[in-house]
Design a protein around this ligand. Structure first.
Ligand code: GLC
Length: 574
């Protein structure tokens, strides 16, 4: 089958080459566990996704990204893989996957999978073998040391080194101890990974989102990391992020596998600034199409890191977004655009306003601000409804390994009260994004017949797709329009981004400039009405409003504009 798929590219008639044509594509992220349960076990599954293809097609997105669907003990919800060639049984079978892929393709939707190859599950046969002895074929598949050789802490608490008695050595795990890091220095490991890639690409999938791909290459001196954010341990980023051989590995992967298929790739790259990202995404270097950075996600951190009560300051947000817009344009790279995903709080709660009064209007404003930028927008399931953070009140309602670790660390070691810690989890926990998708007002939000694995947000009776589809003014239809605009107006793909009024604390104003046309994008990030004067350099004699979240928005651009609370106004001029 490998031949066949490779031929497909050569014949060039079947599918359009995505790499050349990413510009106007929009990706929708599905968290399979929480999307739709079809078999009544309270856990979402592949057949559940199949049922919702018409919904996704109606929204108008081009690509679906599925979080990991492979066999996994689910310590980290599928980011701990025990068999890369099997479907997680609670999600379905390989046949179900084949059907999903075929039906998605029929509906004009591409599918990309999550590739998790910085680490495996400790239940993976490679690790089961590796831990047995120092001299078996898998001994060097992971990173083993006689002693704890540095101060690194794992992302989910405790030391990043765990002792394995059989082998009388320690192994490295940047994440949970059930997620041992693979040893990419070993060429056999790399070949194993390339085989896994081929296995899925030969089934006809359309690409990969690559988990923590910036961490693959470890500095072999394993230097101590700084202790930041009042943590108990040092940061492993010191020796893992953008390590000495990461670009060599990705270029090898590209040469041996990726370049042979018509696919898209997006790397998740923690600890990577725009200059480093240029190395991953500059087309001429043949690595990845684009990366997810975290610079805008870090703007509301405090001395304890992510779990903080700060709001993102708009001036800083504009600065970060602008840096990335400029850098990716300049280096011939490409941006991925996102406000939220399965690891982040809900966009409307974090960046907008989830009160009854402003939830919908601010969700639309956020969508506008992001979707008019250059790059590939990612919509996280439920974002198109303006779904909000979870409403959990007890620690028992949280399921995520990170949330449980933070609760323990903050209440036991840092001395925070339980109430304060629960409040921080409410603001920032990854579970905020993982509550079941809200389909209708029936029991369990139409997600499942059974009790869901994680509690549904009580606001599902109001906020659900059934209501959204019945209301022509809903966030759903607004997102549908944003997506359609990207498909229609080349300026959204190609226009040069230019920030206006950088120091304004309330308004995010920018241009997209083409040779003969341009877009003026104006977004009010506050709940106040702002009398705004657009920079005098901006002239638009003939203009038309292309989208706004207010019905009475002026049809023509004028440099003095009354911007209503969370108002968003986009003008096209020629
Ligand atoms: C990425 C994933 C996250 C996971 C981690 C370890 O950050 O998005 O969900 O826990 O990698 O695989």
């Amino acid at each position: 089958t490998e031949r066949k798929t490779a031929d497909r590219k050569d014949s060039g008639k079947e599918e359009q080459k995505m790499e050349l044509n990413l510009g106007d594509k929009v990706v929708y992220q599905i968290y399979p566990k929480s999307f739709r349960d079809s078999d009544g076990d309270g856990i979402g599954d592949l057949n559940g996704i199949r049922k919702k293809i018409p919904y996704l097609a109606k929204l108008g997105v081009d690509v679906l990204w599925l979080n990991p669907i492979y066999a996994s003990p689910q310590v980290d919800n599928g980011y701990d893989i025990s068999n890369y060639r099997e479907i997680e049984p609670t999600f379905g079978t390989m046949e179900d996957f084949g059907n999903l892929l075929a039906e998605a393709h029929e509906a004009g939707l591409k599918i990309i999978l999550d590739l998790v190859v910085n680490h495996t599950s400790d239940q993976h046969p490679w690790f089961q073998e590796s831990r047995k002895s120092k001299d078996n074929p898998y001994s060097d598949y992971y990173i083993w040391k006689d002693e704890v050789i540095n101060n690194w802490g794992s992302s989910f608490g405790g030391s990043a080194w765990e002792y394995a008695e059989e082998r009388a050595q320690y192994y490295l795990h940047c994440f949970a101890k059930e997620q041992p890091d693979l040893n990419w220095e070993n060429p056999k490991v790399r070949q194993e990974v390339y085989d896994i890639l081929r296995f899925w690409l030969d089934k006809g999938i359309d690409g990969f989102r690559m988990d923590v791909i910036s961490l693959l290459s470890k500095d072999q001196s394993f230097p101590d990391g700084p202790v930041i954010q009042n943590k108990a341990y040092g940061s492993y980023y010191a020796g893992c992020a953008n390590g000495p051989r990461v670009h060599e590995f990705l270029q090898e992967m590209n040469r041996e596998v990726l370049s042979k298929y018509d696919i898209m790739t997006v790397g998740e790259t923690p600890h990577t600034n725009a200059d480093e990202a240029a190395l991953y995404t500059d087309e001429s270097r043949k690595e990845l199409n684009m990366v997810f950075h975290f610079d805008h996600m870090h703007l509301d951190y405090d001395e304890n890191g992510k779990y903080a009560t700060n709001r993102v300051p708009l001036v800083a947000l504009k600065k970060v977004m602008t840096q990335w817009q400029d850098k990716m344009h300049e280096c011939n790279g490409w941006n991925s655009l996102y406000w939220c995903n399965h690891d982040q709080a809900r966009a409307v709660t974090r960046f907008g306003n989830d009160s009854e009064e402003y939830r919908e209007i601010s969700a639309k404003m956020l969508g506008t601000c992001l979707h008019m930028m250059q790059g590939t927008p990612y919509i996280y399931e439920g974002e198109e409804l303006g779904m909000t953070n979870a409403d959990f009140t007890k620690i028992e309602e949280y399921k995520d390994v990170e949330a449980l670790d933070i609760f323990k660390d903050f209440t036991e070691r840092k001395g925070f009260s339980k109430e304060d810690t629960l409040h921080l989890l409410h603001l920032k926990s990854r579970d905020n994004a993982r509550t079941p998708m809200q389909w209708d007002a029936s029991e369990n939000a139409g997600f499942s017949e059974a009790q869901p694995w994680i509690r549904v947000n009580a606001n599902y009776k109001r906020i659900n797709t059934e209501n959204a589809l019945a209301d022509s003014d809903s966030v759903f239809y607004y997102y549908q329009k944003l997506i359609a605009l990207r498909h229609e107006l080349p300026i959204i793909t190609d226009g040069v981004y230019e920030l206006l009024d950088a120091e304004n604390e309330k308004i995010y104003a920018y241009l997209r400039k083409g040779e003969k046309e341009s877009l003026i994008v104006l977004c009010n990030f506050t709940d106040e009405t702002v009398e705004y004067e657009v920079d005098e350099s901006v002239k638009a004699e003939r203009s038309k409003l292309v989208i706004s979240n207010y019905k009475d928005a002026p049809e023509k651009f004028a440099s003095k504009i009354t911007m209503k609370p969370y108002g968003a106004y986009v003008y096209y001029t020629k």
